[in-house]
Design a protein around this ligand. Structure first.
Ligand code: RFL
Length: 393
């Protein structure tokens, strides 16, 4: 496999240049290598950084199927944990939804994203893929298939896959619009060095705001606290975090949380966007580069994996046979799924958050929230709807 600097006239260029070594770029790279297609990934961060960057943890059944189908599931088969229950806690008590017995009866596998990224990098290198860590892309010419690095070098490729996430540059190379919604809500996303406090995912609704509990490993747990926008995470030392989590999780009624040092705290704003179109010339967007989805429904990494599989198939067809039918239809294949995930994520945001205060509007919103929760608690049809969307896309 070879790729060269300079313009691509008469020189060997990779068939596919991939920007970004996140779940989207790495799954795509692995699937292309399995087809014998040469590809190069450029990642602006170091290998150590991406292999330790904690983000997602909940992989939907379809994501596990994709990874298994392509021989990429050894790590999650060995260390992933099956998860099938979520619970809601509020002023009127608590109820659980065992979604393995609802909807399509599917489950999540809990496997931290950084472990998946580590596995995918190892496998890609074993498949003779090339990753250039510490290499940042400054611009992409989608028509020419040319990538400019931030040191000014220009590289050519037959196709470019924009998998550089929410802050990447590939989206700007696709003429179109970004449809964005700022939900006006922020979460303090926390990682605690403490075992999970309960077997299920917990969504707690409290007058002070939302609080969430999600298992990651036997010794690390993710928590979320809704906080005002522009909150400085440094204003939340460990003691304050645990006091507020115990309060919103109603520890006095249901038992105290397992505490430990907070090893990561960062603000996540609930914003969402969809880029349309997601392809232009030789450039195709996948994952967060194409669509950012708030983490309220744990969909982002799952969408990234699905797009990577669709794109790999389309690129393989075009490169091997010259038939671009699947590539031409790439956006039409992915966008309806993206919008469905956005719709459910939006539904979850409304379920989990309501304004505080005594204004008519705030009381109205909280009453709707209560009614939706009551329906979810009682109606089998509503539970099936929830399960189908929660676990799938
Ligand atoms: P990524 O993972 O952001 O990877 C993009 C990569 O591109 C690199 N990059 C560049 N490289 C070269 N040149 C440039 N100019 C570049 N600009 C950027 C970056 O360094 C990076 O390595 O995008 P990808 O592959 O599309 O994957 C998306 C997922 O990472 C994301 O959707 C999920 O993490 C979202 N998410 C969750 N998704 C789930 O499906 N289930 C979950 O449980 C879940 N939990 C979460 C989450 C996201 C969270 N945060 C931090 C927003 C929990 C949290 C707290």
């Amino acid at each position: 496999m070879g790729w060269v600097l300079g313009d691509s006239l008469g020189e060997t260029v990779p068939s596919v240049f991939i920007s970004g070594a996140g779940p989207a770029g790495l799954v795509l790279g692995n699937l292309l290598r399995a087809e014998g297609i040469d590809c190069v990934i450029a990642e602006r961060r170091s290998r150590e950084h991406v292999e330790q960057r904690a983000r997602a943890g909940f992989l939907a059944a379809n994501s596990v199927r994709i990874l298994t189908r392509h021989g990429l599931a050894a790590g999650l088969e060995a260390a992933g944990r099956q998860h099938d229950t979520c619970a809601f806690r509020g002023e009127h008590g608590q109820f659980e939804l065992k979604y393995s017995q609802l909807g399509r009866g599917e489950i999540h596998t809990v496997y931290p994203q950084q472990f998946l990224v580590r596995d995918l990098i190892g496998e890609f290198l074993d498949r003779d893929g090339e990753i250039r860590f510490g290499t940042s892309i400054a611009a992409i010419d989608a028509q020419q298939g040319e990538v400019t690095l931030d040191n000014g070098e220009t590289l050519g490729a037959r196709f470019v896959a924009g998998c550089d996430g929410r802050h990447g540059v590939s989206r700007q190379a696709v003429p179109g619009r970004t449809y964005r919604r700022d939900h006006g809500i922020s979460w303090l996303a926390l990682l605690a060095e403490a075992p999970p406090s309960m077997a299920s995912v917990m969504y707690a609704i409290h007058p002070n705001g939302f609080a969430g509990h999600m298992a990651r490993t036997a010794t690390v747990t993710r928590y979320y606290l809704q906080v005002p926008k522009n909150t400085d995470p440094a204003t939340w030392p460990d003691d304050r975090v645990w006091d507020e989590l115990n309060l919103r999780m109603r520890a006095d009624r249901y038992g105290a949380l397992n505490q430990g040092p907070i090893i990561e705290r960062r603000i996540v704003d609930m914003t969402s966007f969809v880029r349309e179109p997601i392809q232009h010339g030789r450039l195709f967007l996948a994952g967060d580069a194409a669509s950012l989805i708030s983490p309220s429904a744990a969909k982002g990494a799952n969408l990234a994996l699905m797009a990577a599989e669709v794109l790999a198939k389309a690129l393989s067809q075009a490169i091997k046979t010259g038939d671009s039918t699947l590539l031409d239809g790439y956006g039409a294949e992915c966008l309806p799924r993206i919008w469905r995930a956005q719709e459910f994520s939006h539904w979850m945001i409304n379920l989990l958050h309501a304004p505080s205060g005594d204004s008519e509007e705030a009381v109205f919103a909280r009453s709707l929230q209560r009614a939706r929760l009551a329906s979810l608690q009682c109606s089998r049809a509503h539970q099936d709807f929830f399960a189908e969307n929660y676990i799938g896309v």
